[in-house]
Design a protein around this ligand. Structure first.
Ligand code: NAP
Length: 262
């Protein structure tokens, strides 16, 4: 039986075992998927002594950057994003990739199939923002980034050739087709990174936070009449891409969606 796992700290909240086990059941794959708590201090030891037993692992906060020290090769996506969320083995090597960018892209395309030349406002400049920017650059969208700590947004300007704004007061939401929250604002709290009257009805609004699914950010966008996309879509699509990498199978999204809401 092949073994898979997600490692993080903490890890109790992770939906990865649920999503991947649904895939194993559907496809009759003889494999296990564990959620393993690995503290930052333990990461090196865990990779040396435990990882050899696993065919692949998912990597979550806080290890997405540090894990690069234990990998033979990075994919171009992982290199550009600077973070790894998936490890797999190929020709005896450990490869690190990032499927969050795939998740973002597929989630956005569920409401907006053509992203070329679409104007996107990205709120946040952390790891998830980098995956989002990478995905939208590939899709040839026109990107503006705002972040609470401006210095971090400015760093992305040089790396990805995007625009930034120092203040949300300096922009009009009607100038954007897509607005994406990649900050952690709204996670387990009824808070939004933008004022309630920020949105315009023509905006497609995506919140990558999925706990809760209906965030204040999305609720206020809906009240304005915007099309909205919830964070479960990104989570499911990034897991589907992991499944494809590990098992060579393109699973139907509904299988993992059902497991998510299970
Ligand atoms: P991260 O690297 O720690 O970045 C956090 C971002 O949130 C930074 O831009 C930070 O701004 C901003 N932020 C935090 N508190 C803020 C506040 N009070 N006001 C304004 N901005 C604030 O985290 P991450 O890995 O990018 O993850 C961000 C969120 O995305 C998390 O909620 C995570 O669960 C979610 N996520 C979802 C998926 C999915 O599949 N749906 C995948 C990955 C991540 P500063 O730079 O100013 O600190």
């Amino acid at each position: 039986m092949k073994k898979f796992a997600v490692i993080g700290y903490p890890i109790k909240h992770s939906k990865s075992p649920l999503l991947h086990e649904a895939g194993f059941n559907e496809m009759g794959i003889d494999a296990s998927f564990e959620a393993i708590e690995v503290s930052p201090d333990e990461l090196g030891d865990w990779m040396r002594t435990d990882f050899p037993d696993y065919a692949g692992i998912a990597v979550t906060i806080p290890h997405k950057e540090k894990i690069k020290d234990f990998i033979d090769q990075l994919t171009p996506a992982a290199k550009s994003i600077g973070a790894v969320n998936t490890l797999y083995r190929k020709d005896g090597l450990v490869i690190g990739t990032n499927t969050d960018c795939f998740g973002v892209l597929k989630a956005l395309q569920s409401e907006c199939p053509e992203l070329k030349n679409k104007k996107a406002l990205i709120l946040g400049a952390g790891g998830a923002s980098r995956a989002t920017i990478f995905a939208l650059k590939q899709a040839q969208s026109i990107i503006t980034c705002w972040n609470r700590t401006e210095k971090k947004a400015l760093k992305l300007v040089d790396e990805f050739e995007i625009n930034t704004v120092s203040s949300l007061d300096a922009i009009q939401s009607e100038d954007f087709d897509i607005i994406i929250n990649t900050t952690s604002v709204g996670l387990k709290k009824w808070q939004s990174p933008v004022p309630a009257n920020f949105f315009s009805p023509s905006n497609i609004v995506f919140d990558i936070v999925y706990d809760p699914l209906e965030t204040k950010f999305l609720s206020e966008a809906e009240q304005t009449g915007c099309q909205t996309i919830t964070g479960d879509k990104m989570l499911v699509y990034q897991a589907l891409e992991q499944f494809r990498i590990w098992h060579g199978i393109a699973l139907e999204p509904e299988i993992m969606e059902t497991a998510f809401f299970g």
